[in-house]
Design a protein around this ligand. Structure first.
Ligand code: URA
Length: 435
């Protein structure tokens, strides 16, 4: 097979065969197709797209391009979860222990963050001594004992995706629905769960800015799951403001613990319960989403979810005292306050811009190799629809230097819009797609 023929076919909008797609992914993985041809192929896909069958072939080939996790030795239905990424999106740290606490195994491989959306692994690494480098053998042993493991992606999981994603990033081809779907689903399939709940974020702080595009991506991923025999539910949730009020690694860990203690309700809890309940529904543990939410809420009230989180900390060598002593999760030393420059309603927020402000504090990476300041970030004091008085505190900003705090405050000032008109209330859960 000659890759130039495959490239020409896709450029001309002709459907590729399974053999041609397998040839492409093998060539990407073993380095026999040069970057310039891969990049040209990605651009051809960006314009000509891939149909459902081609996307399924690509997903499977990528899933099998490296190591896969075999969870067969864990009894019961294993369920995974993935978010397409947003700001203050800490749902994994809340729902993983809750779902595990009702007896459903959660063995989750997570990633580090790039750009303004934080990665679960960064948040866990912000907890002193938390070990995310877990071997497959160790993960299986822990999952049998505790029903919960959260670990970094093994280095050889979906190597084809790593190469393709790096090239998409620098060739303006990230925003292609079949490429996003195959990238996400290949990793989930390689991670071995029987069922997957996908949280597709939609709004001004997400990849998918419109509900129409979020639905297209959601349907594409659900159909990929269906093709490979996995149960998939897609929840489309709003990212028109940060999901929680705490943005930054240690801050998000604190907000997750407070939620598990039952001290915080609101959008973060609602989305966590919706995703968690759909995980229980997929596993057959409950017959309706409502019953799932009640079961999870019950395990917040009786402390079982928090106890499971403590077990996760203990198992992965972290200091369990953080649960009761937040001094052990020290924040960065410089603090600045953002105050309202007018009275009125919080009318809208530019979520992207809040994410960038958090990145300015040092809480996120600009480049893959950047170090993260675990104690940096932002606490938002107001949400859309809240009434504020001029001079009232809108946000607290934490960073290692006054200068970084100031640049974050400047971004925040432009990101939070105050008006004397009350905003319309918009739904948080925009759609749920099951296949
Ligand atoms: N997340 C992924 O893992 N891949 C994409 O392409 C986009 C978001």
């Amino acid at each position: 097979m000659d890759f130039l023929d495959i490239l020409t076919k896709k450029r001309n909008g002709i459907k590729l065969t399974k053999q041609e797609i397998d040839f492409f992914i093998t060539g990407v993985t073993n380095g026999t197709i040069p970057d310039y041809q891969i990049s040209a192929f990605l651009m051809a896909v960006y314009f000509q797209s891939l149909d459902e069958e081609e996307t399924a072939y690509m997903t499977l080939a990528m899933a099998n391009s490296g190591e896969t996790l075999n969870l067969c030795s864990i009894s019961g239905f294993k369920v995974d979860k993935h978010s397409t990424g947003g700001v203050a999106d800490t749902t994994t740290l809340i729902l993983a222990p809750l779902v595990a606490s009702v007896g459903i195994p959660v063995i989750k491989m997570s990633g580090r963050g790039l750009g303004f959306s934080g990665g679960t692994i960064d948040k866990l690494e912000s907890i002193p001594h938390f070990n995310v480098e877990v071997s497959q053998q160790q993960a299986l042993q822990w999952a049998k004992q505790s029903n919960i493991v959260i670990m970094g992606q093994s280095k050889n999981l979906t190597p084809a995706d790593k190469i393709l994603y790096a090239l998409r990033d620098v060739t303006a081809t990230v925003e292609s629905i079949p490429l996003i779907a195959s990238s996400i689903m290949s990793k989930k399939i390689a991670a071995g769960a029987d069922g997957i709940v996908l949280d597709v974020k939609c709004g001004n702080g997400a990849f998918m800015k419109t509900l129409e595009n979020a639905q297209k991506l959601g349907k594409c991923m659900a159909s990929m799951g269906h093709h490979v025999g996995k149960k998939v539910t897609v929840v489309i949730s709003s990212m028109s403001q940060p999901l929680g009020n705490y943005i930054g690694n240690r801050l998000e860990v604190i907000e997750a613990i407070e939620t598990l203690k039952g001290n915080i309700s609101g959008d973060l809890l609602t989305v966590s319960l919706t995703l968690g309940a759909n995980m229980l529904l997929l596993s057959g543990k409950v017959s309706t989403e409502q019953k799932g939410k009640e079961l999870l809420l019950q395990n917040i009230q009786n402390g079982k979810g928090l106890e499971k989180f403590k077990q996760l900390l203990q198992q992965q060598s972290a200091d369990t005292n953080i649960i009761h002593d937040y001094n052990l999760l020290a924040l960065s030393p410089c603090k600045l306050l953002l105050k309202a420059n007018a009275s009125g309603y919080i009318y809208a927020v530019d979520t992207d811009c809040i994410g960038m402000a958090s990145q300015q504090t040092g809480a996120g990476r600009k480049q893959k190799t950047d170090a993260i300041d675990f104690g940096a970030g932002i606490i938002l004091k107001k949400r859309i629809g809240d009434v504020v008085e001029k001079g009232e505190i809108l946000a607290e900003v934490y960073s290692s230097s006054e200068q970084k705090c100031q640049s974050a405050v400047l971004l925040l000032q432009n990101a939070i819009h105050i008006s004397n008109i009350a905003p319309d209330t918009s739904p948080l859960i925009l759609d749920i797609i099951s296949m």
